[in-house]
Design a protein around this ligand. Structure first.
Ligand SMILES: Nc1ncnc2c1ncn2[C@@H]1O[C@H](COP(=O)(O)OP(=O)(O)O)[C@@H](O)[C@H]1O
Ligand SMILES: [Mg+2]
Length: 497
């Protein structure tokens, strides 16, 4: 393909140059001829004028002395290096330097010769033709002579052969031809190189484009000019970059997906293996010992609950991730969310003798979002706080507006085991647990914080974890407050109602 475009450009340029040269050459050839002829005519006219002047005295008497005219014509012919003819006004040839005296009367009447006719009419005439008399191609120039005192006018005509003039013109045209030939040869070279310069980046582009189409995104086109080809190259490079990023992202997603499948299988296998083991033990005879059988069945029940929990969390996570669940965007009062959540966490917290405290300013503006989802977020956080804090701990929930970024901040802090700084960013990953055994013992699935992160980000918010002072963890959530002022009015109507 690159080959053909190069030849197309080369041949196209050559054709254009050739056409230009042919037209210019044709015009130049013609004008050289015309110029030379005009110059020849001027020279011949000057000589004819002089000859006429010299012949004038002999033309005054009537009739003119023909023998003296003939001698004078021959003399002038030699001097002027031309054929000299004298013709009377009726076309009768009186003298001719190219003829002998006795050949003169045999000459045809010259009145109708073009140069003579126009000289009679206008004073001067020219013509180029083959001479009847001498057989040469001649340039004729005739002039009217009116000698003072003569009663009739005469014509003096000079003729010179065109051979020298024509060979001069041929020489000039030959030189011109050579110049045009050289110009053409140069233009062949130039168009070849121009075509190469123009098509080389194009063939590089073609190579890279072919590789892109084939799925390899490493190669880039070297930065060239700023013209359209350069723009094309840059655009293609950008496209390759973009594809490369997209593909890299896709591959990463693919790895994440594979890891996820492996994790899920592993998580499901643990309770299933346990269930299978106890069922086998029951069949092997434990069923005959009522106490043992009850204990085993309780373990089986616990493991089944755990399976159920994992599946529920997975289902929720996949629903949120797939974007099938649309978060509502309503003004939500956080006080309400906290109250709803505390109700469900209280029993476990009381069992562990934790103190639960809440600090929310009464004039806290609402956040924009989905109340049920926000309840779920807080439930997961409080559930963790209760689980990962040893008995008799303190759990504290706060909310406050953050003016700088127009969000509402919600924090959940505890006095528990805390999370090592290195693990903090990772606890939001699916199945990531700081202490697997403890999490499992607490009935965790490792999906709670992943769900939290998804919901918060789905609300256009952020979530992160810090260390609590002096011990424990603090989870911080920031969710945008609605910009629409009507959104802020609604909950205050709630409180007044
Ligand atoms: N309040 C907390 N205190 C200490 N560790 C926590 C706390 N919340 C979460 N974690 C750590 O983060 C991990 C992930 O939490 P989560 O996603 O809710 O899963 P899990 O089902 O294990 O609770 C937990 O296993 C635990 O190691
Ligand atoms: Mg949890």
């Amino acid at each position: 393909m690159s080959f053909s475009i190069r030849w197309k450009v080369t041949l196209g340029t050559l054709l254009a140059v050739m056409l230009g040269l042919v037209v210019a050459g044709g015009l130049a050839f013609r004008s050289i001829e015309q110029l030379e002829l005009a110059r020849a005519e001027e020279a011949l006219a000057a000589r004819t004028g002089l000859a006429a002047l010299a012949l004038q005295p002999l033309l005054a008497p009537s009739p003119p002395p023909s023998d003296r005219l003939q001698i004078q014509a021959r003399e002038l012919g030699i001097q002027a290096n031309a054929r000299v003819t004298v013709i009377d006004r009726d076309g009768l040839v009186l003298a001719d330097s190219a003829l002998s005296d006795d050949a003169l009367p045999t000459l045809a009447n010259h009145r109708m010769r073009p140069e003579v006719a126009s000289a009679l009419a206008t004073g001067r005439g020219t013509d180029i033709r083959q001479s009847d008399t001498t057989g040469q191609r001649l340039f004729y120039l005739a002039m009217r002579v009116a000698p003072p005192g003569a009663h009739a006018i005469s014509i003096v005509r000079l003729a010179m052969p065109l051979t020298t003039l024509e060979s001069r013109i041929r020489d000039l045209q030959q030189a011109l031809g050579i110049a045009f030939g050289v110009a053409f040869a140069v233009s062949i070279l130039l168009s070849f190189f121009i075509a190469r310069g123009l098509t080389k980046p194009l063939s590089e582009i073609a190579v890279v484009a072919r590789q892109l189409a084939g799925g390899s995104f490493e190669r880039r086109i070297p930065a060239a000019s700023n013209d359209e080809v350069g723009v094309l190259a840059t655009t293609l490079n950008q496209m390759a970059d973009q594809l490369d990023h997209d593909i890299t992202a896709l591959r990463r997603l693919e790895t994440v997906r594979k890891d996820f499948v492996a994790n899920v299988s592993h998580e499901l296998r643990t309770p299933l293996t346990s269930i299978k083991g106890y069922v086998e033990a029951l069949l092997d005879g434990a069923k005959d010992h009522p106490e043992e059988a009850t204990r085993f069945l309780q373990i089986i029940l616990k493991q089944s609950d755990r399976l159920n929990l994992i599946l529920e969390d997975l289902l929720q996570l996949s629903q949120i991730e797939s974007g099938r669940v649309q978060f509502r965007q309503e003004p939500v009062g956080l006080r309400n969310v906290v109250e709803r959540t505390l109700a469900s966490v209280k029993p476990l917290a009381e069992k562990k003798r934790h103190t639960l405290s809440v600090a929310i300013p009464p004039d806290l503006p609402p956040v924009s979002g989905d109340e049920d989802r926000l309840v779920q977020v807080l439930t997961n956080l409080l559930d963790n706080a209760v689980k990962y804090t040893p008995e008799g701990g303190a759990i504290h929930v706060t909310a406050r507006p953050v003016r700088e970024d127009e969000t509402i901040e919600l924090t959940v802090s505890d006095t528990g085991f805390g999370i090592p700084a290195a693990d903090r960013p990772r606890v939001f990953e699916r199945f990531y647990r700081v202490d697997k055994a403890r999490s499992r013992e607490m009935g965790g699935t490792g999906l709670g914080l992943a769900i939290v992160k998804h919901i918060v980000e789905g609300h256009g918010g952020q979530v992160w974890v810090e260390g609590n002072d002096p011990i424990g963890s603090r989870f911080i959530i920031r969710v945008p407050a609605p910009k629409d002022p009507r959104g802020a009015v609604q909950p205050s109507r709630d409180t007044t109602a």
